[in-house]
Structures are given as C-alpha cells and as structure tokens.
Ligand binder design. Structure first.
Ligand code: FPP
Length: 239
C-alpha cells in the first residue's frame, strides 16, 4: 500500500447473518467466519501502518436478537479471549474492550480484564472491541460522569469522559454489508470521519477489500471546515 494511511479505522462488520443464510448455515456460522475475517483484518492493519482499529462486535441493541444467536456471540467472545491473545501479543496489539460490562457474565468480564492486562504494554496497534456498546450510551455515560464530578459539559470535558477517550477520532469509518447507516456506532467520534460503504459481506472482507478502502481514503480531501485553497494553495499564473 502506498499513499496516506488512516491513523484510526472504525468498522461496522455487517453481513455475517446473510453470509451464513446464503449457504443455508445458522447465523452463528457467519459470526464464526466473521471472527476469521476480523483476525486477518487486525493483521493487515498492522502491516499497512494503521495505528488504531475499532470494531463494532456487539451493540447495546443486539440483545434483541434470538437467544441462540446472542449466546453464540457470547461464546465466540469467550473462546476468542481464551485463544487469540498469544497471537495478538506476538503482533504487538493492545486490546481494549469498550462498552457496558454490567450485562456480561462474570467469566466474560474476567476474560476482558485479563486480555487487556496481558496486552497492555503493546504499542504497534490499538485494537478496540466495542461490545455491549452504543454511541448514545457512551455520550450518556460521559455526561453522567461529569455530572457526578460537578464538571460543566463542554466539547473537551465530554470528549475526555468518553469510553474511547484513549484514542483520536476515527479517520475512516467502514461499513460492510451494503447498508449505509451508523447504527449507533461512534456517534460523537465520527463527526469528521470519512465514510466508506461496501456491499461486500463482512466474512468476505479480506486484504484486497481493505486495500481498496485505504486507496479510496487516500483520494479523499479532508477539509475540516476549511476550503480546498486553504489546504493546498495553488499558485495561479497572472496573464
Ligand atoms: C453484524 O452482522 C455483525 C454482528 C452483530 C456481530 C459481529 C461479530 C463478529 C464479526 C465476530 C467477532 C466477534 C467477537 C465476539 C469478537 P449481522 O449479523 O447483522 O449480518 P446481517 O445483516 O447479514 O444479518
């Protein structure tokens, strides 16, 4: 890959269910395949020089799914915590779990703490797994924290109280699976993110698909409210 690489990529990994249904498999089989795609995506982010990857693994609203799918996702997380950490260590990946932990089992909660502690010294890639997370939940919990401390909510103080305060805002937000919406993901943080939507279902989102998203990003002009001319002044010839 050449060109400008986003420092932080956020991904809505959509399409696991459809990937499975098209193959007459249970939806959980799609999530398993999605975990394989995620493992490779983490690796490729490290290879391309991305410094922060944030993924939406389980939303505050996903509890409404059929019970067997919810328990399948919980088991997938528990299994991943048990199996994936040594490889993440080897790749220099620092794990953070972002979201409401109260609804999770004791076993999963303990696994999250252990995985975060085991990878705390790694610096190559910060990997945020948003689990039992919602953008509105994050803004509300930040506001509640400030209220408790008697602090006035400002952009700066709220930003500091958010669950993703340890990383800069995403430069690029990718959503796979053909839908074009945010679904309550990184609502505060994506104010100036470049948005990239692809029809590719998440389990099929491999290195080439990520490279394509990175190439698309490299062609974007990020103005942050300024004009094109202010970013790259052109020297016009006076006739
Ligand atoms: C959305 O696809 C995907 C999810 C709700 C789960 C994402 C989980 C993974 C990629 C596996 C990694 C998991 C862990 C535990 C780290 P969908 O099911 O809404 O797909 P559909 O729109 O085709 O139905």
């Amino acid at each position: 890959m050449t060109g400008r690489i986003p420092h932080h990529i956020a991904i809505v990994m959509d399409g696991n269910g459809r990937w499975a249904t098209r193959r007459l498999l249970p939806r959980v089989a799609g999530h398993k395949k999605g975990l394989d795609a995620l493992r490779q995506c983490v690796r490729h982010c490290g290879e391309t020089g991305v410094k922060v990857l944030t993924v939406f693994a389980f939303s505050s609203e996903n509890w409404k799914r059929p019970a067997d799918e919810v328990s399948g996702l919980m088991e997938l997380l528990a299994g991943a915590l048990a199996r994936e950490v040594p490889q993440l260590q080897a790749e220099g990946v620092r794990l953070h779990f972002v979201g409401e932990r109260a609804g999770l089992s004791d076993k999963v909660r303990a696994g999250l703490v252990q995985a975060e502690a085991a990878t705390a010294a790694n610096t190559r890639l910060v990997f945020n797994v948003c689990f039992n997370y919602g953008g509105r939940w994050d803004i509300a919990q930040a506001a509640a924290k400030l209220a408790q401390q008697g602090e006035t909510p400002t952009e700066e103080s709220l930003g500091r109280a958010l669950a993703l305060a340890h990383v800069p805002d995403p430069d690029l937000l990718i959503r796979t699976g053909g839908e074009e919406r945010l679904s309550n993901f990184v609502l505060w943080q994506c104010a100036y993110s470049e948005l990239y939507f692809t029809d590719t279902l998440w389990p099929d989102f491999g290195d080439a698909a990520l490279d394509e998203a990175l190439a698309d990003y490299a062609r974007r002009e990020r103005r942050f409210g300024r004009t094109s001319e202010q970013l790259a002044p052109v020297h016009r010839k006076v006739a």
